[in-house]
Design a protein around this ligand. Structure first.
Ligand SMILES: *[C@@H]1O[C@H](CO)[C@@H](O)[C@H](O)[C@H]1NC(C)=O
Length: 225
């Protein structure tokens, strides 16, 4: 009887240990599979790998009553600038309507409709043409500008004053072969938040005689008054 009890005890012990071992291993493995799956899920999720692109290829969507825009300056004297507004590329090398100097698009601030897209040679062009162009801009019009190569040689105080009136803070410092991108509007009460300027400085230039290209995207509030 004693021997039988000992054997029973040993068998029970082995069964319990075996069960514990199997259960422990099973749950351990299940846990690993689950965590591996969620880990794979997190990195394979297309929305985390590839951000959705919004209007103009921008990284953020725009709220209602705003126009998405993206402005890219020229790169050295090699690659032309591009201006996208309301998901339409209105000026680019592909459209063949950009040139060295200042590239300016005028857009109706209420409807978003393109009014004019002109390029002004700021190195050897007639600056009075730009002066007249800026003078005639009507209240509530968006002005989108992108430099290409040199946008400053023919710049004068009259032209600078026009851009200051459109909301520019940097036009007064614009120098030879600086890059400058800007979105302003006629009748703006404050300075425009949409402006980037980089100086041509041989110590910091990305290219030999030019700074790196500039890129800016954002949402311009529709004009209602
Ligand atoms: C802009 O668009 C609005 C609405 O379509 C129109 O009433 C207005 O006359 C336009 N302004 C200009 C300057 O084109």
């Amino acid at each position: 009887m004693r021997v039988t009890s000992v054997i029973r005890f040993v068998v029970l012990l082995i069964t319990l240990l075996g069960t514990w071992f199997i259960v422990q291993t099973y749950f351990d493995r299940t846990w690993k599979v689950v965590s591996l799956r969620s880990w794979l899920g997190a990195t394979n999720n297309p929305s985390s790998k590839q951000l959705p692109r919004y209007e103009c290829g921008n990284q953020k969507s725009c709220p209602q009553n705003h126009f998405a825009f993206k402005i890219i300056s020229g790169a050295a004297n090699v690659v032309g600038p591009s201006i996208c507004f309301n998901n339409i590329v209105i000026m680019s090398s592909v459209k063949n309507n950009v040139g060295r100097g200042l590239n300016i698009a005028l857009v109706n601030g209420t409807s978003g409709q393109l009014l004019k897209a002109n390029t002004f040679d700021m190195y050897s062009g007639d600056i009075n043409i730009l002066d007249t162009f800026l003078q005639e801009i009507k209240h509530g019009t968006f002005v989108l500008a992108a430099s290409y190569d040199d946008a400053a040689t023919k710049m004068n105080d009259k032209i600078r004053a026009h851009f200051v009136e459109l909301g520019s803070s940097h036009v007064s410092n614009l120098g030879f072969r600086d890059n400058w991108i800007f979105l302003g509007a006629k009748g703006l009460k404050n300075k425009s938040p949409f402006e980037v300027h980089i100086k041509n400085d041989k110590n910091t230039n990305k290219y030999d005689g030019w700074p790196e290209l500039l890129e800016m995207e954002g949402c311009a509030p529709r004009k209602t008054d």
